[in-house]
Design a protein around this ligand. Structure first.
Ligand code: NAD
Length: 256
């Protein structure tokens, strides 16, 4: 590699599509990618105005695609609109996700499906849609799936979420086995306990919130900025020989 090793981390000239771009970790990844030089396309159910403003403030490029990711029929439109904007998507980040807290004995089919549809089915079929194009044009690509501590652990009162995030880690390995030969790197990030909407209920429950905080070796909840480095690394040339791995960014949670 010629030049500075830091050049390997640049996303200059790349286009990245991030789902769940309007808030939380998705918004943090959008901002990180824009600062690393990528054209950013955010997919979300609701307006990404706040994300757009943050990216404009660092003179980055951002386009929004509105879509409800509980319905697989939106995929062809997402791919078409993204390609119309930029010609080609190079990096896909499957970040959108939801969590439902409920005792296992009370989970309904509707609740179960609502979590699995977005966190698992959509993730697989979005990966498939972009990988098909990347295999055809032989230019490769990057997929980063957002997993969870509950890809490794059971969790408490979130069985559908645990099932979906365990699937995300499994799929990340399965797809890497098939697609690494096509220069498609499939990896995942498993965030620890991060202060976003996803954990608002948990943090507002004083007892559970304190229990969790006291178990985090770093001694604090994570933030969207905390996963920026891992997200850039896995999207960049710096991780060319990293395949099928789920990288925990968890303040040491899994080390305990
Ligand atoms: P968040 O609730 O702020 O963000 C979730 C995002 O997913 C939002 O943009 C939301 O609009 C989007 N989304 C949900 N359902 C959707 C649908 N049907 N269509 C389109 N978009 C939809 O929480 P977050 O923490 O930023 O979560 C981002 C990802 O990180 C999720 O996959 C979550 O499971 C995962 N995660 C979060 C934590 C944490 O501690 N916050 C830990 C591990 C993993």
């Amino acid at each position: 590699m010629a030049g500075n090793y830091l050049d390997m981390f640049s996303l200059e000239g790349k286009t990245a599509l991030i789902t769940g771009a309007n808030t939380g970790l998705g918004q943090g990844i959008c901002l990180a990618y824009a600062q690393a030089g990528a054209n950013v396309i955010g997919v979300a159910r609701r307006s990404c105005q706040e994300t757009a403003e943050k990216i404009a403030a660092v003179s980055g490029s951002f386009t929004e695609i509105l879509a409800d990711l509980s319905d697989l029929s939106v995929i062809s439109r997402i791919v078409a609109e993204a390609n119309a904007v930029c010609g080609r998507v190079d990096i896909l980040v499957n970040n959108a996700g939801l969590i439902k807290r409920c005792d296992a004995v009370d989970v309904t089919v509707e609740e179960w499906d609502s979590v699995i549809d977005v966190n698992q089915r959509m993730v697989f079929f979005l990966c498939q849609a972009f990988a098909k194009g990347w295999i055809q044009d032989k230019k490769g690509g990057r997929i980063i799936n957002i997993a969870s501590m509950l890809s490794f652990q059971g969790g408490i009162r979130v069985p559908s979420y645990t099932a979906s995030k365990s699937a995300v880690m499994g799929l990340t390995k399965a797809l890497a086995n098939e697609w690494s030969q096509h220069n498609i790197n499939v990896n995942a990030i498993a965030p620890g306990y991060m202060a976003t909407n996803n954990t608002a209920n948990l943090r507002s429950d004083e007892q559970r919130g304190d229990e969790i905080l006291s178990r985090i070796p770093a001694g604090r909840w994570g933030t969207p900025e905390d996963i920026a480095g891992a997200a850039i690394f896995l999207a960049s040339e710096a991780s060319s020989y990293v395949n099928g791995f789920t990288l925990a960014v968890d303040g040491g949670w899994l080390a305990r």
